[in-house]
Design a protein around this ligand. Structure first.
Ligand SMILES: Nc1ncnc2c1ncn2[C@@H]1O[C@H](COP(=O)(O)OP(=O)(O)OP(=O)(O)O)[C@@H](O)[C@H]1O
Length: 332
């Protein structure tokens, strides 16, 4: 008999996931796949349904429809503890009375491992998150960032094929966040698990995820590699949400996206500056261009190009794009 090589199962496959709370359609026909070793970020504004999808995958929310497969196993009808996923939620929910080591060993213990084996596994993952020295401490004796890493270690200790992370960096200050973004990136590269990460922070998605799924009002509106989604947002709403400043209304339900890359300063015609505001990183100005009002952030060096109330600039039409304008009326 000829053996057909089997494709490895994805860490997660979600098909047609839907969930309503009363009249609010929190998630509607959401489909996504996370391969082993891959990080997918669910990115969208507050209330768009990201947590609902994550909770649905974890089994913490009863779905109205759809199917969830973890590591090739249909878990749709299973309770959370039988789904074999590692969870890291915003509040970390560590056991306050247990040491760091026992917090991390808890998962393997619950899965039937003997105490020495569970602790050995816990020590392995504590080393991964660089917390070996603190294994005897209680959660209250740790900083926010350290607690966050314990929560991660606890999820890793379960050796689940899938890790679910809900805004894992949201409670941390900016400096710690930047540090942990780097740490997590390295850590995800080392573990074989698939990671589904929920965030409303574009930088976090770009720094951590291979692919991004952008959600709006319960639906995924664009899904692709992080670089592709940021470089080529599919619609005006996605472009604005991702931080593009110049998405100008255009004819027939379209918008003209003018990425920063398209703007060349100090060359071309002079345009009038209609407003300006000094910021910590330079100056934000608006310029009356024939295509519409352009918003530009100038670095301190670029501010030298301003002469009185005017600025010379040229737009590179090769990097400008017409995209559907779906910003109004907003469904969210
Ligand atoms: N238990 C619930 N009962 C009623 N409505 C809910 C419930 N949970 C969520 N919702 C509503 O469903 C929608 C999606 O909520 P969800 O928490 O999934 O959004 P989110 O994108 O994760 O938001 P955030 O980024 O603010 O956490 C929102 O309108 C929310 O108010």
């Amino acid at each position: 008999m000829v053996q057909v090589p089997q494709e490895p199962s994805p860490a997660l496959r979600v098909q047609g996931l839907s969930k309503a709370f009363g009249t609010v359609q929190a998630a509607q026909d959401v489909s996504l796949t996370v391969q082993a070793g891959e990080t997918l970020a669910l990115l969208g504004p507050s209330g768009c349904g990201k947590s609902t999808v994550l909770r649905g995958v974890a089994g913490l929310e009863r779905l109205d429809g759809g199917q969830v497969e973890v590591g090739g196993r249909n878990v749709t009808a299973l309770p959370p503890e039988a789904r074999h996923v590692g969870l890291v939620f915003q509040d970390y929910s560590l056991f306050p009375h247990l040491s760091v080591l026992d917090n991390v060993a808890y998962g393997p213990r619950m899965r039937g491992a003997r105490r020495p084996d569970a602790q050995a596994r816990a020590r392995e993952v504590l080393a991964l998150v660089d917390l070996s020295a603190l294994e005897a401490r209680r959660p209250a004796q740790l900083s926010g960032g350290q607690q966050q890493r314990v929560a991660l270690a606890r999820a890793l200790a379960t050796a689940s094929p899938l890790l679910l992370l809900d805004e894992p960096l949201s409670n941390l200050d900016e400096k710690l966040r930047a540090q942990l973004r780097t740490d997590l990136h390295a850590l995800f590269a080392r573990v074989e698990a698939g990671v589904l990460l929920v965030t409303h922070d574009q930088r976090e998605a770009l720094a951590l995820a291979h692919r991004v799924a952008v959600m709006r009002a319960g639906r995924i509106v664009q899904q692709n590699t992080a670089a592709e989604v940021f470089a080529r947002p599919a619609t005006a709403w996605v472009a604005s949400f991702l931080g593009h400043q110049n998405v100008l209304p255009h004819a027939e339900g379209q918008a003209l996206l003018i990425p920063e890359l398209a703007v060349h300063l100090g060359t071309g015609p002079q345009y009038t500056i209609t407003s300006n505001q000094v910021t910590e990183s330079g100056e934000t100005i608006t310029v009356a261009h024939s295509l519409g009002l352009l918003t530009l952030h100038l670095s301190p060096r670029e501010r030298n190009l301003v002469h009185g109330k005017s600025l010379q600039l040229e737009l590179d039409s090769a990097v400008m794009r017409l995209i559907p304008d779906d910003r109004s009326p907003s469904p969210s």
